[in-house]
Design a binder for this molecule. Structure first.
Ligand SMILES: CC(C)(COP(=O)(O)OP(=O)(O)OC[C@H]1O[C@@H](n2cnc3c(N)ncnc32)[C@H](O)[C@@H]1OP(=O)(O)O)[C@@H](O)C(=O)NCCC(=O)NCCS
Length: 145
């Protein structure tokens, strides 16, 4: 099942965030984000949340904020399935392209994005801290699919 996240989902999303990122997003930030109409967070769940994607809508651009799958369920196609649904519903909400930044050494995420059709469009040197790493900039046009 794919659903739009609510405040009731934040604890589970935070638990996936903290297992996935050295610098996880704070729950207070996520709670404030959910109050904004331009913020979208979708989750794929079975008994519990398995994978989530959040993004900000800025005019017709969807700026990906976070993507993660519970480590127990990685490599089973869940993030890809969720992304396909998110792209469908984003189109209905007037989004024509997605943008994102990813650590240039995050091979699994880059492979996921490429498998969805994202293209590399730039590199920001030393963009990330803890540890320092370049950011690969990627985008995906969805307007005329
Ligand atoms: C990146 C991440 C979200 C992928 O989630 P997932 O549910 O395991 O991904 P899926 O099983 O849907 O994989 C989809 C595609 O991604 C690629 N992929 C996923 N994991 C991969 C891995 N470990 N190695 C190589 N490719 C991988 C494959 O191309 C796969 O497509 P295929 O199965 O058709 O070959 C997950 O590894 C994760 O949560 N990582 C930590 C958080 C993170 O780095 N998020 C991205 C921040 S920008």
């Amino acid at each position: 099942m794919i659903k739009r996240c609510t405040k009731d989902d934040i604890d589970k999303i935070y638990s996936i965030e903290e297992k996935s990122f050295a610098d996880p997003m704070k729950t207070e930030t996520m709670l404030k984000d959910l109050d904004r109409d331009s913020y979208f967070c979708y989750a794929l769940s079975e008994e519990d949340i398995i994978s989530f994607i959040s993004f900000e809508k800025v005019f017709d651009e969807g700026q990906i904020i976070s993507v993660a799958t519970d480590p127990r369920y990685r490599g089973k196609g869940f993030a890809k399935k969720l992304f396909h649904e998110v792209i469908k519903s984003a189109k209905e909400n007037g989004i024509t392209f997605f943008t994102l930044e990813v650590r240039s050494n995050n091979t699994s995420a880059i492979a996921l994005y490429k498998s969805l059709g994202f293209k590399e469009v730039g590199l920001r040197k030393n963009y990330y801290q803890n540890p320092v790493c370049d950011a690969l900039l990627m985008d995906l046009q969805i307007g005329d699919e």
